[in-house]
Design a binder for this molecule. Sequence first.
Ligand code: 26V
Length: 808
Amino acid sequence: MRPFTTETLEKTLTEKLMLNFSKTPDEATDQEMMKACALVLRDVMAIRGVETRKKTNREQRKRVHYLSMEFLMGRSLMKNAYNLDVLPQLKEALSNLGFKAGDIFEMEPDAALGNGGLGRLAACYLDSMATLDIPATGYSICYDLGLFKQKIVEGEQVELPDHWKDLGMSWLVPKPEEAQEVRFGGTLREFWDNGRLHTVNENATTVLAVPCDMKIPGFGTDHVNTLRLWEPRATSPMDMSLFSRGEYLKAAEEEAMAESISKVLYPDDSHEEGKSLRLKQQYFFVSATMQSITTKHMAMYGTMKNFHEKNVIQINDTHPALVIPELMRILIDDTGMNWDDAWAITTQSVAYTNHTVLAEALERWPQKLMEQRLPRIWQIIKEISARWQKKVDEYYHDPGKTQYMAIVWDGQVRMANLCLAGSMAVNGVSALHTDILRNDVFRDACQMEPWKFKNVTNGIDHRRWLSEINPGLDSLIRDLAGGDEYLSDAMALQKLDSYAGDKSVLDRLGEIKRQNKEAFALHAKKTRGVILDPNSIFDVQVKRLHEYKRQLLNVLHIIALYQRLQDDPNAITQPHTFLFGAKAAPGYVVAKRIIRLINSLEDQIAHDPICKDKLQVVFLENYRVSLAEVLMPASEVSQQISTAGKEASGTGNMKFMMNGALTVGTLDGANVEMNQVLGEENMFLFGLHADEVQQLKREGYVPQRLYTQNETLRRCVDALRTGFRDGVTYEDLYQRLLFGSGGSAADEYLLLADFASYCQAEQDMAAAYMDRERWNRMSLHNIARSGIFAADRSVKEYADNIWHVSHR
Ligand code: 26V
């Protein structure tokens, strides 16, 4: 049911402004109006949230608890208005009150509580879970600072703090009455009572965890779920005895210590560092969450014996893996259960999703740190580890396997192995990735317990990533594919396929893209002062900067094009704009050098008259959800060029496809499944396959050989040494490609091996682009077949195959 008409919305907004800011609409600022909008929608969601909870309780439904260190939510105003079915009414009401809807939406800061794909996936799944009427709650940390803001200063990345809460707080409701106490450190005391050994954690430092809830409305339903973000507080706001003794600073210390836990989101998603504060973050949110869940369960059922029948704990990578020992602790210490019963319940409640096979991102914690910070948890992990080791040993009788699968080994706690032991399900995020987990990374565990291993290919919120951000395309789809059916059934997009021969439809599709490109060009001019040419191909690579994602391969190809232009100014007939957006982890030196290089190349090309109207490179500063929302609809080429076997899935690839961009890509992650639905003729594939990559590495890969043999390749790799007009040279990157550096092999990610094939794919793509009708037809097929990548499909698979919860 639509909660407002334009008129009632106008009236309610006016009242909100009055009550909260003592202003009439003509006095209110855009900021105040943005907050008023949030408050008004929040009220509706609050009421529906209560109804949802009551209904779930009444029906005693099983609940999903989605634990993630990251939820990359982006903005919420347009999204919530859309899902509550009042977006047009809101736009009109704002306009009637003298505001521009676009300006109001722009006021909202992104809630950037995530690094990249893993965090954005969690946000998309929240939307689908609510839409499918699944009783689900997301849990994370209410970071003060989200992912850093990126500035480019003299070609280099500079990180600035992201104070998102100043305005972003509007959606959050603190629930101090549901606070939990989390205990760190202290000592253990054991005693016998009633024939049972009891353990108590004494002299621990306690931190209060206060929930801040954000409501998540579904689309086409009144169902409203919750995202619960925990905020730490010192247990006593200030130690008054210290205070009265005049030790003011010491008193403030405890408070500062507690609150440091949620100060900042870790901005490195590539290298595990074993930092103590991150472990604190993990246990803080995991313990608060498990206590909150179990308390509610007990209140409702009065027993923990049926916990696994009424709850499922989904963990987003290993970051929340401490739920396993924490649930054991609660069951044993707080409810007096024996080990075996507690273990049976735990291992039927927890499900683990793996999101990477990169060894350097695998979480390991020093045993010492665990022991000191979480003594009781450490004790339980030791016991889990010993029992798991025994089981593995009895199954394999192979010391090599026992070591490989060990949870505690060599002074370290290996979180992935803890998850394998303690979960009922383990899933990869694309068919290829799951294959690699089954046959390689988790091979031994999979042989022992094959039923645990599942695949759920990732998906995206197609309402946000298509309908909401690309109104032109949305209206074309409504005209061709049965109105708004596709919003709740993304497979309805397939109906577009039957218009492949309809010239007028193809022209209209081309025209929509053209308009979106112009809109993006305007945006780029306003925000960055760069002039883009809408007649050129918009060829885009936006994602975190990682060597395995191979932004450097893209750069090498652009250098090759540039050098070709030097030799023959007429070599390029089709103007080409290469757009990049990427944040590098602040400590990832090589990634930052690649950003520097892209900026050098941008500058070089911009200042070379030969390139005018032919070639342009643009590095888009501060790539984030809200920038992706204007960029995706305008993109024509999607660069998905990771070394095969390295990208678990990719989800940007799906956003591009849904908006009609064509993919230049390797057979990696979800590109493989994309290729299955599209056929070779609707994308531009290149490069080694995952098994070929492995084989080449086994045989001994010698990039220098390719460098010597391929003249084009040699010339552009050499350009790294000489550098560009800004005087910056890239000897370090040259060395890394040809000889290796910093402990990594020469050309670790096989850029040189895939170079020739990549250039060919780019050439094929540019040729296809010249035939507008053919291109638009390919684009139409991409949109038509993207339905499978809707998050609704993924979430249904989780619900049916892993969670066993009912859904719409
Ligand atoms: C790892 C680490 C390790 C160091 C500490 C901080 C930190 C934060 C995040 C991560 C996660 C890395 C894994 C990840 O983001 N994987 C991506 O997951 C996407 C969703 O499944 C998938 O599409 C991408 O291919 C995959 O790279």
